[in-house]
Write a protein that binds this ligand. Sequence first.
Ligand SMILES: [Zn+2]
Length: 112
Amino acid sequence: MTPRPSAVCAAPGCDRPPRPFTGRGRPPIYCSESCRSRAVRRPDRGPVLVELVHPTTARRQRPSGRVWTIRLRRGSDTVTIAGDLGHASARNLADQIAGILGTSTQQGGPID
Ligand SMILES: [Zn+2]
């Protein structure tokens, strides 16, 4: 018994039926070459952002001292680059990283 192919194309946002199964190899899961290449390419998860964040402060005061953290964000993924920085040096480093990445620094609020 052959595996039953999916009823719709596996590419995100496409609801056409996949190409007919020729009986050779695996049943097609995409309707077209363009859907296949679109789905195989790394999905676009948005730009990389450089975030400058700090711990929660009382009454939303601007924090002072070496409390700033720099992290990179893409979608829901983050990586911390540096922490325990003063604001000026954190801002400077974040702007340099943003310059290399061709993005901008987001001066963030408290770390959630
Ligand atoms: Zn398709």
